[in-house]
Design a protein around this ligand. Structure first.
Ligand code: KG4
Ligand code: ZN
Length: 338
């Protein structure tokens, strides 16, 4: 068991954390949401520059809040992929530099592995095998987890990620960025059955549908057509009903596939991860439907669903304990399979 300091800068959050034995000693997140909001999405060059300005203070704050000195840190970890290359490079360069200066081992961590490990932060007793439904702004995947480093991708989106669909639909409804939290809030005042929207089924050449893969771009287009049709009537747009119906369609698509996959794989535990795991309807719906089938669902605390460095430190600790180390010439990758 080790004490890990981790840095995460793969997208628009500058984050640093200290974790020991899966316990979070500190987790600091400097969000860039305000910076990118006016552009309606993340501007990669601005993200890199902001990381550069913020990363030093963020690491300092994480160490101070954890009340640890450099001597007490066993290893330094940073996210190496996937993500925005310029943004990843900032965290990686700082992590490598700190590892050289303080003579600590260095570990590069896959961002998605971090999202999987976020569940361990609340549930130190969680043990594989389990199915992870990983739903973020960039990914929508069903991953079978057998042990640290042993992952099998069983299902995925064929186009937009679930979080991307939330963000794009929010833009269609002029709700601002990021779309997930605002649609989540608005949907609570709307009728989820007001409009029937597609569940993103993928047809197979031999007939029927792929059991685990999904498409969310068709759903986004269906919402666009719905908005156009409703606007043509001249009546005020029922924004809350559209938000609730859209969210319902996404959640239905995700829960159906996750439960089918868990059953087929004979797994009795599903772990949620990624920013969309913060969605209140997804958390409730998956948990209650799974319970009916004797499947337990682990949902990370809200602050560990969206990007943070504690989840990176937690994944790094598992690798560190297995004796894994990264070389200092490790690169960053915008895409990298898990
Ligand atoms: O994991 P994350 O912070 O970053 C990536 O690795 O992509 O996920 C960000 C995504 C965004 O698309 C955001 O709209 C979505 O997570 N999100 C939500 C909620 N909170 C964040 N989606 C639905 N409901 C939420 N409450
Ligand atoms: Zn993420």
């Amino acid at each position: 068991m080790a004490t890990i300091l981790a840095i995460e800068t793969s997208c628009d959050e500058t984050a640093a954390a200290v974790v020991h034995q899966r316990q979070v000693l500190s987790s600091v997140v400097a969000s860039q949401i305000e910076l990118h909001r006016r552009y309606g999405g993340v501007v990669p060059e601005l993200a890199s520059r902001e990381h550069l300005l913020t990363v030093g203070d963020t690491v300092g704050a994480a160490l101070a809040q954890a009340q640890r000195s450099w001597e007490e840190i066993d290893a330094i970890a940073t996210t190496c992929a996937p993500g925005l290359v310029g943004a990843l490079l900032v965290g990686m360069s700082v992590g490598k530099t700190l590892s050289m200066v303080h003579q600590k081992p260095f570990l590069g961590v896959h961002h998605l592995e971090g999202h999987i490990y976020a569940s361990y932060l609340d549930q130190p007793g969680l043990t594989p095998p389990f199915l992870c439904l990983l739903v973020s702004g960039g990914h929508t995947s069903l991953i079978r987890v057998d042990s640290c480093g042993q992952y099998q991708l069983l299902g995925k989106t064929r186009d937009d990620a679930a979080g991307e669909a939330f963000d794009k639909v929010a833009r269609l409804l002029n709700l601002g960025y990021p779309g997930g939290p605002v649609i989540d809030r608005l949907a609570q005042q709307g009728n989820p059955n007001a409009f029937r929207l597609p569940e993103g089924n993928i047809s197979l050449p031999e007939g029927g549908f792929h059991p685990y893969d999904a498409s969310f771009s068709g759903l986004k287009t269906a919402v666009l057509r719905l908005i156009e049709r409703l606007q043509a009537t001249g009546d005020p747009l029922p924004v809350a009903d559209i938000a609730a119906s859209f969210q319902h369609a996404v959640v239905r698509a995700l829960t159906k596939r996750a439960l089918r996959c868990a059953q087929d794989q004979q797994l009795s535990t599903i772990v949620l991860g990624g920013g969309v795991a913060a969605n209140s309807h997804l958390r409730q719906s998956l948990t209650s439907l799974a319970a009916e089938q004797g499947i337990t669902v682990h949902v990370p605390a809200l602050k560990f669903c969206t990007d943070n460095a504690a989840m990176i430190a937690c994944a790094a600790e598992a690798h560190f304990d297995q004796g894994h180390r990264s070389k200092l010439d490790l690169g960053v990758f915008s895409r990298l399979p898990l």
